[in-house]
Design a protein around this ligand. Structure first.
Ligand code: CP
Ligand code: NVA
Length: 310
């Protein structure tokens, strides 16, 4: 039976039930098919989505804008300097004002609490398009992509090699919610936050899956069905780039490392990739790589999210 998600916000994957996650996947498949055969699907006719960006973006920006347009609605882009937000106006007042004009808000920013507050004080759905803590739209898309390629999620092993950042957090929540095993390898000082690991362990226990945190990449990659990595310095950490390069030496996903995974492993990356740092060209462009399918699927999955919430 369909679950009613109308009016809800999407701040992090951990707030979704398993039924809601699969409902998003089912609708993503159907919208993807409709787009492919050219069947109109204007289910958000006349709806307006505000898109607030305090950080740069290629995929999120373009896929949300194209997505709302294809659903019959209209997207409005605001960069950090376009709004009074957090300069001469509080988040709560901004949330109340925008709720009088718009039908939904997608926001990419630094502090996750800002997104929580926007949803708390507004009366329209808020979709998290990346904060320092989470990237739920990306990971829902990643799980959808794995499901397309492998027909199942439960019991698969995903190895995440690199920084314990927003991607690691949303992958921990996402994999544990759907019963996938996840093994993370990060250098000391760069592990995912304890409270996210704890929340994910609760999910994993319920689903009968495993969460492992390692120091050495090879321990995580052993027998993996999926190898995932992300940049070593995220947006906002540009000044730490050189320092991080040293700390992450040995964490590059390359042809030597992938030998420890299953032969038909999938290589995934949210992109943008810093080729030559966290991953080599050879791996990015290999037969195992599905990075551009992930990028395409952002469009289909986010259209489903908007259609269900707005
Ligand atoms: N993966 C992702 O969110 O890409 P952008 O930063 O280009 O939006
Ligand atoms: N961890 C990266 C993800 C980009 C999609 C960042 O926050 O910059």
């Amino acid at each position: 039976m369909a679950v009613n998600m109308k009016g809800k916000s999407l701040l992090e994957i951990n707030h979704l039930t398993l039924e809601e996650i699969y409902q998003i996947f089912d609708l993503s498949t159907s919208l993807k098919q409709k787009r492919l055969i050219g069947e109109p699907h204007s289910v958000l006719e006349g709806k307006k989505l505000g898109m607030i960006f305090s950080k740069p973006s290629t995929r999120t920006r373009v896929s949300f804008e194209v997505g709302i347009y294809e659903l019959g609605g209209y997207g409005m882009f605001f960069n950090q300097n376009d709004l009074q937000l957090k300069k001469s106006e509080s988040i709560s007042d901004t949330a109340k004002v925008l709720s009088r004009y718009l039908d939904g808000i997608m926001i990419r920013t630094f502090d996750h609490q800002d997104v929580v507050d926007l949803a708390k004080y507004g009366s329209i759905p808020v979709i998290n398009g990346l904060t320092d803590l989470h990237h739920p739209c990306q990971v829902l898309t990643d799980l959808f992509t794995i499901l397309e390629k492998r027909r199942t999620l439960k019991g698969l092993k995903l190895a995440y090699i690199g920084d314990g950042n927003n991607m690691a957090h949303s992958l921990l929540h996402g994999c544990s919610k759907v019963g996938m095993n996840i093994a993370i390898a990060s250098p000391s000082g760069y592990k995912p936050l304890d409270f996210i690991v704890k929340e994910s362990k609760i999910n994993a226990k319920y689903m009968g899956s495993k969460i492992e945190i390692f120091d050495k990449p090879i321990d995580a990659v052993k027998n993996a069905d999926i190898i995932y990595t992300d940049v070593w310095a995220s947006m906002g950490q540009e000044k730490e780039k050189e320092e991080r390069k040293k700390k992450f030496a040995g964490f590059q996903v390359n042809s030597k490392m992938v030998q420890h995974a299953k032969e038909d492993y999938l290589f995934m990356h949210c992109l943008p990739a810093h080729r030559g740092d966290e991953v080599t060209d050879e791996i990015c462009d290999s037969q195992n790589s599905v990075i551009f399918d992930e990028a395409e699927n952002r469009l289909h999955v986010q259209k489903a999210i908007m259609a269900l919430l707005m």
